[in-house]
Design a protein around this ligand. Sequence first.
Ligand code: NAD
Length: 375
Amino acid sequence: MIIGFLKEKAPERRVAVSPETAKSLLAMKTQIYMESGAGEEACMFDNDYVKAGVKIATRSEVLASSDCILSVHGILPGEFDIWGNGKILVGHLNILGNLPLLDKLITYKTTSFSLDLLPRTTIAQSMDVLSSMATVSGYKAVLDAAMHLPRFFPMFMTASGTIKPARVLILGAGVAGLQALATSRRLGAVVDVFDVRSAVKEEVQSLGGRFIEVPGAVEKREAGGYAVEQQEEYRKLQSKMIHNYAIKADVIICTAQVPGKKAPVLITEETVESMLPGSVIVDLSAPNGGNCALTVNNSIITHNEVVIIGKVNYPSWISMDASRMFSTNLTNFARLLIDTEGNPAPDWNDEIVKYTCLTHEGKIVNEKMIAAFKE
Ligand code: NAD
């Protein structure tokens, strides 16, 4: 089978296949075509791909030749005419936010796999783009906050006086929150953490954070380790406790999410107005509504001397390492779609393949997505 990959649409700077992962894909008896310059924004150049055995072509040539496209965000809806019917597309398609693409996947009977639908099981960990990109985001969110903060992160004892360490508040201790905690601690900050899942308390403490418990959180076994929406009474108490920590914080990193729902609002306008001048909120939940009531997705605003960052496509900023991680995840997933002779052969008995498949033979086949469209 011929695998293709293309230059992603700006401002995305990641690339779906690195020269290293191209070698692994070629070892599966495939051929690979790439659009010239596809890896440039991630500092991966055509020469490196040629050395790995990839053929360089124009965008149209890649589309016309490929049985399967590996992508970060899919291809453009207008490109299906060139690509044709019944092909395979793999990427982080985030389809609820890209309905024109869904329309084409159905019309052109594309077998599409969206890695945001991947089950979060141990066996799927090596393909988990949500986790790898959350690691990138948690790290870079702290560095971005440090760049905006008019203060140091570490404590300094100098002849010019003693500088207290920055106080960081982290809302949500999933993959991004724990990485933000580790990064803040490495920079010398004092860190407080809120989460509704009691299971993360030990992880927070082992990374040097203080876990703030709010009594009365609802946790459900059937949620598979994820958070669930909380009752009104809990929300009020939590909001009050978060307020008390927020007004002393220099930086707040927001990462709280409940799968399938809008992100919970945990920081009110009133809280922002009581925060320290110069303090910074980085809201990684911005694309999903934000944990701060004032966050504007894809923008940076200042409210009452508090900087609120909703421009958080950090994986695209750390394009080189994020591409390495993303392409490794993608390649591990592609192994499930290719037989020993390099032919396309998705294993429909495999749970990971089944869960991750979005469209097949002109229909949406993913149950979560079917339910989401009915809502
Ligand atoms: P996520 O992005 O869905 O949510 C981030 C965090 O926000 C979670 O820790 C959640 O509990 C928290 N949160 C939700 N509502 C909140 C509220 N009101 N107040 C404070 N915090 C709130 O999380 P994630 O990073 O995707 O991870 C979620 C779970 O999935 C974790 O249990 C994680 O260990 C698990 N996981 C498993 C695998 C795997 O086995 N392959 C991979 C990644 C994550």
